[in-house]
Design a protein around this ligand. Sequence first.
Ligand code: SF4
Length: 749
Amino acid sequence: MVTELQLNPTRVVEDRVVTTVCSYCGVGCNLELHLKDDFIFKVTSPFDSPVNHGNLCVKGRFGYDYVYHPKRVTTPLVRRYLLEGKPKPEGREQVFAISMDGKPIPNSQISNDWDWVATNWDTALDMVAENLVRIYQRDGSDAMAVYCCAKATNEDNYLLQKMWRALFRTNNVDHCTRLCHAGSVVALQKAIGSSAMSNTASQVIMNDVFIVTGSNTGENHPIIALQMKEAVQKHGAKMIVVDPRRIDLVDFAELWLPLKPGTNVPVFSAMAHVIVKENLVNWDFVNRRTEGFQEFVESLEKFTPEYAEEISGVPAEDIRKAARMYATAKNGAIYWGMGISQLSHGTASALALIHLAFLTGHVGRDGTGLNPLRGQNNVQGASDMGAMPFHYPGYMRVDNEDNARKWEAAWNIEPGGLSRKLGLTTTEILGHAHEGGIRALYIMGENPMMSEPNLNETRKHMTHLEFLVSQDLFINESGAFADVFLPAASFAEKDGTFTNTDRRVQRVRTALSPRGQARPDWKILCDLATRLERRLKRGSSSKWDYESPEEILREMASVNSDYAGITYERIAKVGLQYPVPDMNHPGTPTLFKETFPSGRGKFIPLDYVPVMEQADDEYPFILTTGRLLEHWHGGTMTRHSSLNEAYPEARVEIHPADAEMHGITNNMPVRVTSRRGEIVLRATVTEKTSVGVVFIPWHFAEAAANLLTNDALDPQAKIPEFKACAVQVFPAREDELPNPEVEVRRGRY
Ligand code: SF4
């Protein structure tokens, strides 16, 4: 729908301007939504924003129109069989299509009992409550699971994990942090006892030398990339890019180490080897702030630059150069993304980076740091709020008695009432979807049918669920399996807070009234929890009648000291970076100045473990996956926005030498196969990718990269190996290309 307001935004005089936060990536750019008659016609950004200084990328500037998309569902929906009290019909794997005008229609091959029927909130919420309680009372806590949402607010996530823990007494609570930075989180927790980014992103201009690795920052965190380029061009910083792809930052880098996917440990351990052998160690830091150095040094012996070259393909001399540059910098920093963590040894990859910071003392000062760039707009906040199976809000372990007692008191639960058992992770939850395992799953805003690896397996698991609730803006690939759909308000239609990648808690504000009957997530959850509590008939009751999101945040902050000094009033103009332990505290731009939360930083000796699948004769390429500037994750938002016109179809990037050898030309349809599935899409022949490596973005349901990826897990972090699996690429015919409008929600899924 293109309106006069969109065609001529500069000629419109706004009714009002609402300041809020971007709903896409973890940078957390501040937005000004310009409104006329309940319609956003323009987005700008305040120049005095400390996060983005008036800059926005294409998603923040133009990617908001999904809010008005005609396919958005704005009425609660239930399946006909539920409304009519019939048993659940067979054939759940036959997924429903969404018609072009946005109305859900049944696949003609399956029973009409699967039809969506529009209903009112009372009916929908009663059905959800009735079925969840029925399953809980029959099968117990272990049958219940929930996916919280890294795109929803802190308040929404706090409430949802509270609901599952307080009412169903389970820690089967997780969200997509498991699929992005779980390896980084576990490594940082083991080494220093804290998993958040140590410094502020904009401090990059204070770096002399910085390493960017496993992060296509220019497309995934564009405003941080802008600051990195500024650091190089205006402040004389030297950038080292360590990445298999020739990402745009390489043009600004002093040095590029194009390693093979999954060879981070040998490359970074070889840098550590050089730092030790050439006595570039910051002894004062190592002696005062770390432990385990001697054993670690012994483990480094085999990681010579030549050994690393053999495995990674990076010239040994470049590894030496990088080590010297980083170690001799006055202020060195490391920024990393999912190329480090999304591996079956993601924890070890992140530890290898942490060791470099320990050896050189490049942490605990402004302009240094260990900086995992968090993906989703509120993945940091959702993690802080306890949307994870091992932690309550504030990273308090669920198996610690004192922590459990604190939250029992806060939630008015009898002593011993909360489960002390560690919960299941996202991938494990679906893997346990069978008789005797997980029976009920509640998904708020996530899309496992796009984001999990090995989607053909995921699809089977989805069909084994007894009851699935989807709370979202659209019926996406996962919502198509749901029994009840609850329409949620978008970021522009609700209040709350997001916490960005550098721990800044910022206000999200209501600019529009929710479309149709859609409701803010926190309100849906309050209404549902009240119903659940009534049915469960427990002796005590927790609070669910919140007046506002601020009241929810205050409850969380009364136990989580990191947020204790954060109020909506204090963050009205500029967000605060936690820890903010009291009302007078100014926030903490740089962590670990004196000590680490665990005391001394721990060196942890590493071994090199290859990725689970190597290229071979049958599957000669390594597939690596990632994001594009114009799109976002599973595509639920950007593929319903005008950004989809800028990049409308999936493409696989292949190096010219490989393309020639396999008879592939630019734009040619190709079939990509792995041991788990196949997709057909167009080829882009480009030197952006390396010889032997192909790249596919994961946004396109009709050619979903995750049909190919490997579901091997990191044993510690339980994160899947999205970044490396073996594939083959063949020429295909034009008529084999998928039609996005037809294929997305039909047989292929
Ligand atoms: Fe939004 Fe991230 Fe782009 Fe900023 S950089 S406008 S937060 S998508």
